[in-house]
Each structure stands twice: as structure tokens, then as C-alpha cells.
Design a protein around this ligand. Structure first.
Ligand SMILES: [Cu+2]
Length: 105
């Protein structure tokens, strides 16, 4: 009985993590596609690496900084944006990659 409860709890966590993203950004050909997107505060943004090499998405925007680390080809990473305004997003490996996310109420 106890193990069943634990199992259900874990299932709940997995379902929460698998929530649908408000926006999905593809990284392909050393570009973010789309290069600009608008989401609501608290929305999840999914980054997908559709290239044959790694990327490292990050932001140094004040109050919205994050770094998802080295992302191998084919992997997905999710980020929740909580700060209103424009979040400037780049890739540590490819400095010319630029993405602008506008977070609204
Ligand atoms: Cu990159």
C-alpha cells in the first residue's frame, strides 16, 4: 500500500514535467527558429536541438538569467519564464545565435 502511494506521487511529478510548452524553439543551422516569440508569465518554453552538434542556451537578462548547459543533438530542455519583459537568449557555443522572448501578463 505504501509503495503504491509512492508510485502515484512519482507519476504525478512526471505528468507535471511533461506539460505542454507554450512555445517550442528549434535550434537548427546555428539559428533559433522562430527568432522571436511572445509567451505569458509562467509559461514553459521548450528548446529542441535539431542540429547535429551541441548547443548551450543561456540568458543573462537581469531577473531572468538561466543556463540549460550543453544540450546534445536531439534533446529537449524546458525553461519557465517568470519575469515580465524581453528576455535576450543566446548560445554559448555560437555567439551569433539570438532569440528574443517577450514575456507578458
Ligand atoms: Cu549553438
Amino acid at each position: 500500500m505504501l509503495s503504491a502511494t509512492v508510485f502515484l506521487g512519482m507519476s504525478g511529478a512526471i505528468i507535471a514535467m511533461a506539460a505542454d510548452p507554450a512555445a517550442t524553439i528549434s535550434q537548427k543551422g546555428r539559428n533559433f527558429t522562430p527568432a522571436a516569440v511572445t509567451v505569458k508569465k509562467g509559461d514553459m518554453v521548450r528548446f529542441v536541438n535539431d542540429d547535429f552538434y551541441g548547443h548551450n542556451v543561456y540568458s543573462e537578462t537581469e531577473g531572468a538569467s538561466f543556463d540549460i548547459g550543453l544540450q546534445p543533438p536531439g534533446e529537449e530542455r524546458d525553461v519557465v519564464l517568470e519575469k515580465l519583459g524581453i528576455v535576450d537568449i543566446r548560445c554559448r557555443i555560437h555567439p551569433r545565435m539570438r532569440l528574443k522572448i517577450t514575456v507578458t501578463e
